[in-house]
Ligand binder design. Structure first.
Ligand code: SF4
Length: 443
């Protein structure tokens, strides 16, 4: 065996950072990263958050083994962490399973599995989380994620994340700053800070997000910082003036409200309600009129009545969120909500999800209309030369989850713009959930 490997990455951006970290650790141990066709070992970095994600992970393992029976297929990531024992007993299609609690342990675990010494490695939580310089990223050019904390202390009653990833462990500011500086030095433009809840960052080590953002603002360089995922009950509006002062902080706020009805939020282990969350949104928009607000909403949580759903629909109507993802409740063993009564039928939850999504689509489209005529920066991700088009994202588009900007540019044809370039563009119209814009020059 030539010790070549490939990683199939599933799940969220935090998992993606883990995948990139594992890649770097494997290379340090002499493994060579290659494409799927040429790899001896395929590591599937699974997700185990909700049922749909678990299904996708299992199907990926099955498909991989049936397409490549001669390769060694190893499941890593959240699903392997959460169900490693059960899976290694029952799922012969994978050659081995390794949990994600200690990424440093993965290369050795892979060696052991490859040599047939074990089928299951369940690393313990390390005394210190893994900080490794990542060489290969799964993102588009000049954009990266930086994970600034691991785990979560919020204990929302439906959420399995604390069971999988443990309690909050913030990465100290000095280490985060070192990583940001290194990406800025390499010419990265967009740095997306991620964790289970950025708003709680630092609370376990006597620091807070304002302190971290102030330090970032003292850095020199033409980069942008985007904050992804802030628990609404922990959101500290004192960060807003920093966004006003330093335009490198992108006024994009990803706040997973999950619901608006107080009894449902209370049952979820959250403190908010319709009024409080509308106030928070208003305060952000008052401080930063250009701000973009994204959220996620869960439908069909146990006990959700028609009146709770109505409250949510009124909230959506008033909140006028720019973007919102909807999903139905997934009953997860080990969570507090697993035993809750008053389950909502799957069909009802699905119908509510559809109705909420329909309403939000209309709101998102209306919000997007307001960009027409404005000049924005577009980070180019892909160039389609023959059509004189480039695809990219503006400040209103987080990577992977939101729409895109379709950039009309003669320079796409001549090859004088490429992925990673930042182009100034004038928005001419909305196209579904994308914006169309014309190139007015390099930034
Ligand atoms: S804040 Fe997010 S990650 Fe943390 S427990 Fe709640 S839903 Fe899960």
């Amino acid at each position: 065996m030539k010790k070549t490997f490939y990683i199939v990455n599933l799940g969220c951006s935090k998992n993606q950072v883990d995948g990139e970290t594992v890649l770097a650790l494997m290379e340090q141990k002499g493994w060579k990263y290659t494409d799927l066709e040429h790899a001896d070992v395929v590591i599937i970095n699974t997700c185990g958050f909700i049922n749909d994600a678990k299904e996708e992970s299992i199907n990926t393992i099955l498909n991989c083994k049936s397409s490549y029976p001669d390769k060694i297929v190893i499941a890593a990531g959240c699903l392997a962490q959460r169900y490693g024992k059960e899976l290694s007993d029952e799922m012969s299609e994978a050659d081995g399973f390794v949990g994600n609690r200690d990424l440093y342990a993965i290369p050795d675990a892979v060696e052991k599995i490859v040599k047939g010494k074990t089928r299951l490695v369940s690393p313990k939580l390390p005394s210190q989380d893994c900080f490794v310089e990542r060489s290969t990223l799964f993102t588009f050019p000049r954009s990266t994620y930086i994970k600034i904390a691991e785990g979560c202390n919020n204990n929302c009653t439906y959420c399995a994340i604390p069971l999988i990833r443990g309690q909050l462990r913030s990465i100290p500011a000095d280490i985060i700053m070192k990583e940001i500086k290194s990406f800025v030095k390499k010419g990265f433009f967009e740095i997306n800070l991620v964790s289970q809840d950025l708003a709680s960052w630092g609370t376990d080590i006597g620091q807070d997000l304002i302190y971290l953002l102030r330090r970032i603002c003292r850095l020199k360089g033409d980069f942008r910082i985007r904050l992804l995922y802030m628990h609404p009950d922990k959101f500290n509006p004192s960060i807003l003036p920093l966004f006003k002062k330093d335009s490198r902080l992108i006024p994009y706020f990803d706040i997973p409200f999950q619901h608006a009805s107080e009894p449902i939020l209370k049952a979820m282990g959250r403190k908010g309600n319709n009024e409080k969350y509308l106030k928070l949104i208003a305060s952000i928009r008052k401080a930063l009129p250009e701000s973009v607000i994204r959220s996620t909403i869960m439908l069909g949580f146990p006990g959700e009545k028609d009146s709770d759903f109505q409250c949510l629909m009124e909230f959506l109507e008033e909140a006028q969120l720019d973007w919102c993802g909807f999903f139905t409740y997934s009953r997860e063993e080990g969570t507090k909500a697993f035993g809750f009564k008053d389950k909502v039928p799957i069909a009802t939850a699905g119908l509510r999800k559809e109705q909420a999504q329909d309403l939000q689509n209309r709101i998102t489209e209306k919000r997007l209309e307001s960009y027409t005529g404005r000049e924005i920066e577009v980070l180019v991700e892909e160039v389609i030369a023959e059509e004189e088009i480039a695809l990219g994202r503006g400040y209103m588009n987080a990577p992977e989850v939101d729409g895109a900007v379709i950039l009309h540019s003669g320079r796409a044809m001549s090859g004088s713009i490429k992925p990673g370039d930042v182009v100034r563009a004038k928005v001419i119209k909305r196209n579904n959930i994308d914006l169309e814009a014309v190139d007015v020059g390099l930034s």
